[in-house]
Design a binder for this molecule. Structure first.
Ligand code: ASP
Ligand code: MG
Length: 467
């Protein structure tokens, strides 16, 4: 089989974990063609972003201190991971030259006193640039030939939308096939850095946070892999958050469409565009636990087997949000009102998570992250209050509860079971939304009611018995 194996940051956070990952790759690559994609070492992307923030605020000392920490962490990991002296030296030399470039780059932006989105992508790309070298050398240490490639070196070409780039798939495909397949045919394991690529002028770009998942599916689609495995620190997608629901189960099989919905919630956050490259090629994906490889995890396919087509497959939550209820008589029948409200929120950088409007049109309810609530209310007050809006009503600390499952489509009575169970718990529903895809039924309750409701729904749809 041709498998793309993607490891997240927590899978490679310590020397012990890296060695474990390397021996797993090594044994798997005896019988299969394996391409590895990996994230930065756990926490490093955050550190690089924080360093840039310090620079932006003119806090040179803190920036230097954090840079020193990033450098010593990688050197320390290299020393602890690699046992053979000649391999260790090779790795330390390779890291030193990257780290020197990072230091030069940071000094450059310190002099400039500003970090453009283009420089930021260049800076944060170092996380993966360093981690791939450590993994590749850990494989060499086991006697398995391996070559580290950054996203750019692997052939990922993107547009120049720094921080949120998209791949130019046709060019990327040609280059990736050439670079990656040639290594595979020589029985060399490519270890590719996730998250970043380069635009057509060679500037480093990134796909946005969590983008290594996306890199993995792009590569899988280019080389027509048989499967892609996202190796992470949970057993797979689950029927509910196991911290909330004791008898939550790992889902054996879900569809791409369901996984896209689940990716936004839950313990395993997946980059939102991850599934795009898989859809046309129908490459199956497994979500598996690096630390529990006996478990087969969750299989994500275009069309799951009949047996797994349950009405509701999981009860997910997004907790601690703010609700803004926008009211105003002059909103009724006035085209463009919603556009103005959402444009105002967009301009102030607030992401809207959920919306609902009644046909009476006299109010629109909006859910935003609790941390965005201040900014959102401020912007709406400044721009629209007293004009198209008469009143803003705010509720803090609410939870979104979403039921996901393609079997809900066209099934009569799901909503009645859902709200019946909520009512039995004596909980008030503040807002409801269901798109016409009927894949996802979401509603909002007070955060303090969340746990109770999730357990009740998990019981009502017998999710503990799902597999
Ligand atoms: N290292 C990047 C991040 O932390 C990309 C990834 O982990 O997928 O966002
Ligand atoms: Mg990550």
């Amino acid at each position: 089989m041709k498998i793309v194996l993607k490891f997240g940051g927590t899978s490679i956070s310590t020397a012990k974990n890296i060695r474990k990952v390397a021996s797993y790759i090594h044994s798997l690559s005896k019988q299969n063609q394996v391409v590895v994609v990996c994230s930065a070492i756990d926490g490093i992307t955050d550190d690089l972003i924080q360093t840039s923030r310090f620079i932006q605020r003119g806090n040179k000392e803190s920036a230097n201190r954090l840079t020193a920490k990033i450098i010593s962490r990688h050197k320390q990991l290299a020393k602890e991971t690699i046992t053979k002296p000649q391999n260790r030296k090779k790795l330390l030399d390779a890291l030193s030259s990257d780290l020197a470039e990072l230091e030069d780059l940071l000094h450059g932006v310190i002099l400039l006193g500003e970090v453009s989105s283009r420089s930021l992508d260049y800076i944060v790309s170092f996380g993966e640039r360093l981690s791939i070298k450590i993994i590749a050398h850990a494989l060499l240490d086991l006697g398995r030939k391996s070559v580290p490639l950054t996203g750019k070196e692997a052939g990922i070409v993107t547009d120049s939308n720094f921080g949120e780039s998209r791949p130019l798939m046709d060019t990327t495909r040609l280059r990736v096939i050439k670079n990656v397949d040639s290594l595979l045919s020589k029985k060399i394991v490519p270890v590719i850095g996730g998250f970043a690529g380069a635009d057509q002028y060679g500037n480093i770009t990134t796909f946005g946070r969590g983008g290594s998942d996306y890199t993995a599916t792009i590569i899988a689609s280019c080389i027509k892999a048989d499967e892609i495995w996202l190796m992470t620190d949970v057993d797979g997608l689950m029927t509910a958050d196991p911290k909330t629901v004791k008898n939550a189960k790992v889902l054996k099989e879900v569809s791409y469409a369901e996984a896209i919905e689940m990716a936004l919630f839950g313990a395993k956050q997946i980059h939102p565009r991850t599934f795009e490259p898989l859809l046309s090629k129908k490459i199956p994906m497994r979500i598996r636990n690096t630390f529990n490889t006996k478990n087969l995890g969750t299989m994500v396919t275009a069309s799951p087997g009949e047996a797994t087509k349950k009405t509701v497959k999981c009860v997910s939550t997004i907790r601690h949000n703010g609700l803004i209820d926008v009211r105003g008589g002059s909103m009724v029948g006035a085209p463009g009102t919603a556009a103005k409200i959402f444009a105002t929120l967009a301009k102030s950088g607030v992401n809207v998570m959920m919306i609902s409007q009644n046909p009476s049109e006299s109010s629109i309810s909006i859910i935003v992250k609790q941390s965005d609530l201040d900014k959102a209310v401020n912007a709406l007050e400044m721009e629209l209050l007293g004009k198209i809006i008469k009143k803003l009503e705010i509720t803090t600390d609410v939870a979104i509860i979403a039921l996901i499952g393609s079997g809900m489509r066209g099934t009569i009575g799901v909503a009645s079971r859902v709200f019946g169970s909520v009512a039995k718990k004596g909980v008030n529903v503040v807002m409801i939304a269901q798109g016409s895809s009927e894949l996802n039924l979401a509603f909002v309750v007070k955060d303090s009611d969340c746990k109770n409701v999730v357990q009740a729904l998990h019981d009502e749809f017998e999710l503990a018995k799902i597999n």
